[in-house]
Design a protein around this ligand. Structure first.
Ligand code: HEC
Length: 618
């Protein structure tokens, strides 16, 4: 943007004078420029690595926000080598806004506290509810009619009831839990809230070490109290008392410094199962980084005591030294195969299934981009089926100035991000359905070590392509939204779309192409559909990068409801909020109400809202 070019000039001969006029010490800019080159430009250069912000996007942030991101936020590790003065200098150098002119909302955000008190009781679990990611052990993301309390005919009667604003946030991808009169919800600023589901007022807040975006699980405990279970993006797992917000137990589940949890926990017979993922794929874009040593894993915990029962690495072998870059940096492998998604449980066979991400190191591990079956008691791998071989990918693969040795053996970056769905056919045969960023839907036989039954390509796929965060299923069909946000963003109308497939054979019932993007002329904006789908009888919900939440008729694919979340909205908690692109989690539907977040600052339009829609008159 103009301002960015200006900044380069400012560092030239006239710079000192202009900076003086701006009231900013020239030294700060020079220190900031040097520190940015050293610690940040490898990823935030021109062009940036996938998922990283452009210079223009960084310039649009207040300097206090950029400082905070380095001090204790998402960029803390990336900025670890910088002094605090350098961190501040980088922030001042990057931002178009002057330091101290924007009043930063404290990251611990404002809440409108409820006046009365209200508790979740064991009886509330008999009422309509939403708990976890997949809603059932099969991970169908199908909310039955008695729980949803909503039909296609009711959509026209929905109105916006309340909005929660997340202070300073640009991305909102949280999948809440709803039990009784309460909604338990994660914050991109690092917190969990207990809100009143009808008014949005707050009963308590618990501060976590990092963003909570994986679905939250709530369940009664042995002593009659109600437990809440959630993981954060620094790989901490928490058990709280759902009524007081007090910590019951906590564990850092994986020691690797770049690890995180995006995999929603599944609670079954007192045990919690979830996976670990990492940011190391992005760290690999830095020339100085000894890439890579993280390995995805699945963990089982005792929900009562917090005891770790097992941790099973998807790549069994420990990373060893491999090559050395032209600049003398040691590389390591095997690594990668992050478990981004929530496990699918098959207790009748004492088996759980996870899908895995790409490898970080070449040669790629044969359990990357794979479906992996594990023993529920021990975590031992029973079988695995790799869908894309030789897919070693880090940010180095797309960074123009990366070391050539780091670029050797680069693959297409076609992780599995979506959970597998387990289904049974009328003849009793079972299928495991897994949708990949490659754009391919795979059906395998879980009772024949993952033998392929059918495969169908739905889109070109790629780095942010194909099937991204999730699809949904009823008894006959799959409803599969398509992302392709990165790959086809420059061809308007090319990203996005949604398919209905008969899961018995993969045949297509209908496909509805992406809507004409409605992006306020933002360059590169598109109508890709990376967010997970949610299904209720008669309605499929799918959010889009153009800020629309759309509902489709599962029989015909016709759009039957369409809400544009863009623009400013008044909030319950008084934080200024606006909507943006929608990605990640899907819609939560309970008892006639519909909840979802809006905002995805990295590839589309930032936003900081969580919205609740309910029937007029309720
Ligand atoms: C290894 C690659 C990499 C490096 C090095 C890196 N970044 Fe980032 N940065 C990213 C990615 C990727 C994201 C998006 C992370 C996400 O939201 O998942 C990001 C996000 C950010 C954000 C937004 C944070 C938020 O809370 O939304 C800021 C600000 C930022 N980076 C600043 C910096 C600064 C300043 C440096 C240098 C000290 C730096 N980054 C170094 C990759 C990198």
């Amino acid at each position: 943007m103009l301002k960015t070019t200006h900044r380069a000039l400012l560092l030239g001969a006239l710079g000192a004078l202009l900076l003086h006029l701006q009231g900013v010490a020239a030294d700060d800019r020079a220190i900031g420029a040097e520190a940015f080159d050293r610690a940040c430009s490898g990823c935030h250069g021109d062009p940036p690595v996938p998922r990283a912000l452009t210079r223009a996007q960084l310039a649009a942030l207040p300097p206090e926000k950029i400082f905070q991101a380095q001090l204790s936020g998402l960029m803390a590790l990336q900025a670890a080598a910088l002094t605090e003065i350098e961190k501040k200098a980088v922030a001042i150098y990057l931002s178009d806004t002057e330091w101290g002119t924007v009043k930063m909302e404290k990251a611990a955000e404002k809440l409108a506290m409820c006046t009365g008190s209200s508790a979740v009781t064991a009886a509330d679990f008999e009422r309509p509810k939403w708990i976890g990611w997949g809603l059932d052990l099969d991970n169908s993301r199908f909310q039955p009619g008695d729980q949803a309390g909503l039909t296609a005919a009711d959509l026209a009667n929905l109105e916006l009831k309340w909005v929660h604003g997340y202070a300073g946030a640009t991305t909102v991808t949280t999948q809440p839990a709803v039990v009784g009169d309460h909604i338990f919800i994660g914050s991109p600023n690092g917190a969990i809230y207990n809100l009143d589901r009808k008014t949005g007022c707050a009963y308590w807040k618990y501060d976590t070490a990092a963003e909570v975006r994986a679905a939250i699980v709530v369940a009664p405990r042995a002593d009659g109290t109600i437990g809440l279970y959630a993981g954060d993006r620094k790989a901490n797992f928490y058990a709280l008392d759902a009524n007081s917000g007090k910590l019951l137990w906590q564990d850092r589940v994986e020691p690797h410094p770049w690890s995180m949890i995006t995999s929603s926990p599944v609670l079954y017979e007192g045990k919690l199962y979830f996976g670990t993922a990492s940011f190391e794929e992005l760290a690999g874009g830095s020339k100085k980084y000894e890439c890579c040593t993280f390995r995805g894993s699945v963990l089982a915990y005792d929900a009562e005591s917090g005891k770790k029962l097992w941790q099973s690495y998807v790549i069994p072998g420990e990373p060893q030294k491999t090559k050395v870059t032209t600049e003398g940096v040691q590389l390591w492998g095997p690594s990668g195969a992050a478990v981004w998604s929530s496990p699918t449980l098959d207790p009748a066979h004492n088996t759980l299934y996870v899908t895995t991400g790409d490898s970080y190191s070449a040669p790629a591990a044969d359990t990357s981009d794979a479906i992996v079956a594990m023993d529920m008691t021990t975590g031992a791998i029973k079988w695995f089926k790799q869908m894309t071989a030789d897919d070693a990918f880090t940010a180095a693969c797309v960074a123009p100035n990366a070391d050539p040795v780091s670029k050797e053996g680069c693959g297409p970056d076609v992780d599995f991000g979506a959970s597998a769905i387990l289904r049974t056919l009328p003849n009793g045969k079972r299928l495991l359905l897994a949708g990949q960023k490659s754009g391919v839907m795979h059906a395998v036989d879980p009772d024949a070590d993952g033998a392929i039954v059918w495969q169908k390509r739905l889109s070109p796929g790629g780095v942010l392509g194909g099937i991204e965060w999730g699809f949904a299923a009823d008894d006959t069909h799959l409803y599969v939204p398509i992302s392709d946000v990165w790959e086809t963003k420059h061809a308007p109308g090319a990203a996005g779309g949604i398919y209905a497939l008969n899961f018995a054979d993969g045949s297509e019932l209908w496909n509805t192409p992406a809507a004409k993007p409605d992006c306020n002329d933002i360059p590169g904006c598109n109508a890709g559909q990376p967010a997970a789908a949610t299904l209720i009888p008669g309605v499929v919900f799918s959010g889009s990068m153009d800020g629309h939440m759309r509902a489709y008729d599962p029989a015909s694919g016709k759009v039957i409801w369409d809400v544009d979340t863009k623009g400013e909205h008044a909030t319950v908690n008084g934080v200024p909020a606006h909507g943006g692109s929608i990605k990640g989690a899907g819609v939560t539907v309970v008892n006639g109400w519909v909840y979802f977040g809006s905002g995805y600052g990295l590839f589309g339009m930032p936003g900081n809202m969580f919205m609740a829609f309910g029937p007029k008159g309720d």
